[in-house]
Write a protein that binds this ligand. Structure first.
Ligand code: NAP
Length: 246
């Protein structure tokens, strides 16, 4: 389904990004497994793909650093000649109630989760405009839609990602490029493992399907949006949240 496609997945060393990288590779794409600090884990993801007969490389670049992102896309073009799919998945959280939230905590989340997406969009748009084709999938969050106490920084960044998705979908639509967002709810990863039992139990009461999602649920949706089957879908946010945000 994605044979001969080149995909860049940011933050693919762990969690959702890892599963998305594995899924796109399983469907035939060559995958650039971007990471920031977890080198061993990223190389393990790339090795898993290569051992199964796929094609992947791990590449270190901090999405918040515009210069390293520029270098990453130059490397991808030099080595692989094109970028068909970009999944902006890298993200962090630094939760705190507003009165306790420091400027550093606010800035760190905005720099990675919002500006990091902008940095990648800027580089890939140039490439995809030349190609006159491309699929961009931005990972937002249910928190960007509903808000969440203790996450004003994260909610602002993730709501911003939805706004960027719609704006860029309008900018790039006439050139055969689609731009969509996926807004996961509570998905079982390291990001949610650290939540207290009380927070998890409270979350479950708000989820009609009465369970947390799995990384595969998100990866399948991203794979669909990256495929030809989703050719007429752009500017949308697909909610993979067990019904939490309807
Ligand atoms: P995770 O397990 O904490 O993994 C985060 C990934 O992002 C890691 O691969 C990490 O790489 C990478 N990353 C962090 N900062 C980076 C940077 N500056 N540059 C490049 N990569 C960076 O998180 P996750 O749960 O899989 O979440 C993935 C995405 O889904 C995030 O955008 C998150 O906000 C969103 N999301 C998650 C959930 C959920 O329930 N899990 C729900 C809604 C939305 P290193 O380890 O190499 O630093």
């Amino acid at each position: 389904m994605l044979k001969d496609k080149v995909a860049v997945v940011t933050g693919a060393s762990r969690g959702l990004g890892r599963e998305i990288a594995l899924k796109l590779a399983e469907l035939g794409a060559t995958v650039i497994v971007n990471y920031c600090g977890s080198r061993e884990k990223a190389e393990e993801v790339a090795a898993m793909i290569n051992e199964k007969g796929g094609h992947a490389v791990a590449y270190q670049a901090n999405v918040a650093d515009a210069e390293s992102i520029k270098e990453m896309f130059s490397y991808v073009i030099k080595e692989f000649k094109r970028v068909d799919i970009l999944v902006n998945n890298a993200g962090i959280n630094r939760d705190n109630l507003i009165l306790k939230m420091s400027e550093e905590e606010f800035d760190a989340v905005i720099d990675t989760d919002l500006k990091g997406v902008f940095n990648c969009l800027k580089q890939v748009s140039r490439i995809m405009l030349k190609q006159k084709s491309g699929r961009i999938i931005n990972i937002s969050s249910v928190v960007g839609v509903m808000g969440n106490a203790g996450q004003v920084n994260y909610a602002a960044a993730k709501a911003g990602v939805i706004g960027m998705t719609k704006s860029l979908a309008r900018e790039l639509g006439s050139r055969g490029i689609t731009v969509n967002a996926v807004a996961p709810g509570f998905i079982e990863t390291e990001m949610t493992d650290v939540l207290s039992d009380a927070v998890k139990e409270n979350a479950l009461t708000q989820i009609p399907l009465k369970k947390f999602g799995k990384v595969e649920d998100v990866a399948e949706t991203v794979a669909f949006l990256a495929s030809d089957k989703a050719a007429y879908i752009t500017g949308q946010t697909i909610h993979v949240d067990g019904g939490m945000s309807m």
